[in-house]
Design a protein around this ligand. Sequence first.
Ligand code: C2E
Ligand code: CA
Ligand code: CA
Length: 707
Amino acid sequence: MAEITPYSAFRDEKHSREVSEARFKKLFDEADAMSIQGYLPNGTVVYWNQASEKIYGYTAEEALGGNLLDLIIPADIRQEVEGAVSWMFESGQGIPAGRLELRHKNGHAVHVHSSHTVIAIPNHPPVLFCMDADMSSLVRAEAELRIAAAAFESQQGMFITDAQGVILRVNQAFTLTTGYSAEEAVGQTPRLIRSDYHPAAYYEAMWQSLLDSGFWQGEIWNRRKSGEVYANWITITAVRDEKGEITHYVCSQIDITQRKDAEAQIMHLAFYDPLTRLPNRRLLLDRLQQAIAASARNQSVGALLFIDLDNFKTLNDTLGHDIGDRLLQQVAERLTACIRKNDTVARLGGDEFLVMLEDLSQSQPEAATQAEAAGRKILEALNQIYQIDNHKYLGSVSIGITLFSRQANVDELLKQADLAMYEAKSSGRNSLRFFDLEMQKAVTLRAELLNGLQEALREQQFRLYYQPQVNHEGHITGAEALVRWERPGVGLVSPVEFIPVAEESGLIKPLGFWVLETACSQLADWALKPESAALTLSVNVSPVQFNCADFVEQVLEILHKTGANAQQLKLELTESLLVEKVDEVIAKMSALKAHGVGFSLDDFGTGYSSLAYLRRLPLDQLKIDRSFVRDLLDDPNSAAIAQTIIDLSQTMGLSVIAEGVETEIQRVLLASLGCHAYQGYLFGRPLPIEQLQEQLIAQVITTELVI
Ligand code: C2E
Ligand code: CA
Ligand code: CA
């Protein structure tokens, strides 16, 4: 306690002491920041000022008469305090002032800075005065500082700048990520680690946000001391003083380069083809969408080139998928080399690629010329020999092109290019085709037809017609079953129109078996009537149907189910069946042949079947195509072919029949060449079964009359 100068306003010394005492008492009592307590040697409380009430929680009333040790001394320092108290009374002096952690009435710790003095007045027991200054807020502040210091040394790189952005402190993690030590960084501005990845506007926006809201968070690419650039996730918080002025900025940064790498990898997987590293369908569609939007802005035309390798499947099947993959990679490289930087090459999957050309001319015809030039360049580049290991491969491609400008629909464009590609393919390989509206119409019609066919199967709209086949005397010996579609609202639809669509879509299988079953039922029916019991029935079988794995079983099952005589069933096959897998075809034919089923080779002479194959087939009949019959009179070539076919059938021991016989002259000519079986309008058109039946009965009557 500071020395107190005697105050001598009063003469009366006693009075003056009393006044002084009263004054000090009031001062002590009300000293707000200083808790003062008085204790007797045994610890009994004899003085307890207001500040003591506040910091220890006991009122003076509660404390006075109580014991120091019980009131505010925690158990673990009781002994020590007891010792110190005795020592102070014995020595008459206080122990040095210092920090103590004492106890509040409700149990919590009270941090105080405590000084002590023993006052001994004659005839009075000595009293120990303790003067405690409350240190709680200081201790709290210290703890916060420690926490802040620990937090600052966290895993995140951190630095603190002053209001001008000058770095004041950096932590260890900062040094680790940036490569700059504290000495190197302090005094610099964050420009030290700035990369040139962001435009100035990026930093301006960041500063604006800091000034407005005191906070900014975002991604920044920074540069390490080594020069390497890395991605950071940054949080900057402004620190303000009581007046609200910014005094510091605290910036923490997390290195997210790895996460960025992972993101990039995922992006790559999602948008690129792993084999060729070209953009995949998804990315292409996305770019196409953008290209359409761009062409709307700048009025330019773009082109989509659909590229499909010819015969890729054969290469894959014969040389293996490894070689196939390598070829695709080389194709990708060549395609990429063919195009401009702004154009896109993508792989759609399999052996299909797409090239998107942007920014062609604003005039449609000129753009078409440019697209065609690009297409020709690609054709040529891809039509060079490929060297894969020690294999040399010469491949060609078919290209379909469609142009696009604003308002195009992505899916529609893809379909158009695909369609044009198919046109190119079917017009001979190694060529390109533009999509046009006629193509579009054909496609729409085809889709309609397919729908209709599906419905026709469900609703049983197919009918079987029968066209008579006759011998040299004009007697009906059998018939060919020919399918018709009785389309509601349309009438009879010719198989020429719908069989190709049924074949492409696979619908030919159910349709073909329906035909076969209906025909066999008819045969079984005929067997019961004398006028028809000996007739044969020819049924057309599409290669698609014949190639079904269970074709043989299906036919046998139908024969069994209908009870038809296999000997009277003749299946008409076409030469196109013999292009592939001849051995399989022969095996199937032989299996059916063993049950008595006969075979006729339809449209003979129009295909390319080799004689070598022909000899191995278990055939019964060759059918001269109607085109030769038609031209028999006018075209010596046709006559020669007809002659060859007839001779061939004789040397092979097969029967021969001519179809499409319309006139008596044709019949006579054919007969002179050695063909004595006919089918054609001359003898009867394809008819519903009832009408054929009538013809048969009429024939019986005529025969009987003749006899
Ligand atoms: P195709 O097998 O060559 O059938 C003969 C076609 O020639 C029939 O046409 C027939 O009506 C027609 N024809 C018959 N005599 C004459 C004639 O004197 N002059 C002319 N100009 N034509 C004649 P259709 O019925 O329109 O059948 C066309 C093609 O459709 C058939 O040709 C056949 O390839 C296919 N087809 C018909 N029915 C079926 C079937 O049930 N299944 C399969 N897979 N194809 C069938
Ligand atoms: Ca036929
Ligand atoms: Ca035919």
